[in-house]
Ligand binder design. Structure first.
Ligand SMILES: C[S@@+](CC[C@H](N)C(=O)[O-])C[C@H]1O[C@@H](n2cnc3c(N)ncnc32)[C@H](O)[C@@H]1O
Length: 366
């Protein structure tokens, strides 16, 4: 899609691609930020961008040499794709994650407030040491997504928090005058059964409790002697892998997640040498016919969008990576009706368990 700004045209696309043509690679909240930034005197080398999901702001503001904070592999791929398409360059140190220090002081930061307000808090916390006394942090959101917790979190870090008028159903929070914040925790602890304590960074899926769908799946996972190489697909804090490791010590377990903070969390929860971590949004790095078992509680949200396209793409890739006779076990909300889609990919799809809310499918190609 073409985006016009200051008499320049930018060609911006979504990654991953969506069949839903009403989904755009930017929102009015991004346009609102650009309109507001025109009032500011931005110094080159002092701009930081958070949650720029498809890279619109990284492209339009490229002349200021911004640092883009990338927390998802798919976000990194989208930003690189759109920078390349628009023949724009950025240096490697200008792409960091929320856990990596920003390589310069920050005079202006732009944060598109993520759906996870825990992640918003983590990002403000991590940004804080780089902020100057006179810096401005511009936080954008669509008004329908407003929560008073956004203000409360912003006020933990800034003495002056102002909300703008709505424009095209979006608003900005303007944060100034940073407060003296002590180093605060950025990890939650979660108890599982009597004896397992999991850690996860703020913003990683299911911070309050182990997800109920995952609990249901764990009650039914039974590893077989032939399960030598296993993949936990969309692994989050690694709970499914932890449960599998408790059953079998001598298999190789691979964990893959699109979220950097999820992968870093799972590294804290599994430390043996036969567990391997992959920060990726696709299975491209794995050979065909290479896993005996793939287990997944797949995503069905993309920020505020309900979206099963990512899950369907992961199922297709899982089919390629399973050995002949290998199994894919998926837990899902009944209403998602994945069976219809799985039957197009696998010869055999059975329900191995269900309750009033969830179903576990086992898919095989033999
Ligand atoms: C429903 S959560 C399950 C997390 C974890 N397995 C659990 O049970 O708590 C889905 C996970 O999929 C991840 N995810 C989303 N898109 C992905 C993709 N394209 N590739 C890999 N992981 C993805 C999310 O970051 C999230 O951690």
């Amino acid at each position: 899609m073409t985006f016009n700004h200051d008499n320049k045209q930018f060609n911006i696309r979504r990654y991953p691609k969506s069949e839903n043509r009403s989904l755009r690679p930017w929102s009015a909240a991004d346009e609102h930020v650009l309109k507001y930034l025109k009032k500011l005197d931005i110094e080159a080398d002092t701009l930081a961008l958070y949650n720029d999901r498809f890279g619109l702001l990284s492209c339009v503001l490229n002349k200021f040499d911004p640092t883009t904070v990338l927390d998802y592999k798919s976000q990194e791929k989208a930003c690189r794709m759109n920078l390349d398409t628009n023949k724009l360059k950025t240096s490697a140190d200008r792409m960091v994650t929320s856990l990596t220090p920003i390589p310069h002081v920050v005079q202006t930061a732009v944060i598109k407030i993520p759906k996870s307000l825990d992640l918003f808090r983590l990002q403000l916390h991590q940004l804080h040491p780089h902020i100057r006394a006179k810096s401005t942090v511009i936080c954008s959101f669509m008004t329908r997504n407003f929560s008073s917790n956004m203000l409360a979190i912003a006020e933990e870090f800034y003495a002056d928090v102002q909300q703008t008028q709505a424009w095209k159903k979006s608003r900005l929070l303007i944060l100034k005058k940073k407060t003296a914040v002590k180093k605060a925790p950025i990890l939650n602890s979660l108890k599982w059964k009597e004896d397992i304590l999991l850690q996860q960074y703020f913003g990683v899926f299911s911070a309050e409790n182990i997800d109920y769908a995952s609990q249901f799946l764990m009650d039914h996972i039974k590893l077989e002697d032939t399960d030598k190489r296993i993949l936990d697909l969309g692994s989050g804090n690694g709970i499914l892998a932890v449960a599998m490791r408790a059953q079998k010590k001598d298999c190789d377990i691979h964990l893959l997640d699109d979220s950097f903070l999820a992968v870093e969390s799972s590294r804290l929860n599994l430390t043996d040498k036969k567990t391997h971590f992959h920060f990726n949004d696709s299975l491209d790095e794995f050979a065909d016919n290479s896993f005996d078992l793939i287990v997944s509680n797949p995503p069905f949200h993309f920020e505020y969008e309900n979206n099963i396209e990512v899950a369907l793409s992961l199922f297709k890739q899982a089919e390629r990576c399973l050995k002949n006779g290998g199994r894919l076990q998926v837990v899902a909300n009944q209403h998602l009706n994945y069976k219809t889609h799985l039957r197009k990919l696998f010869k055999k799809v059975i329900d191995i368990a269900q309750n009033e809310k969830y179903v576990i499918y086992e898919c095989k190609n033999l």
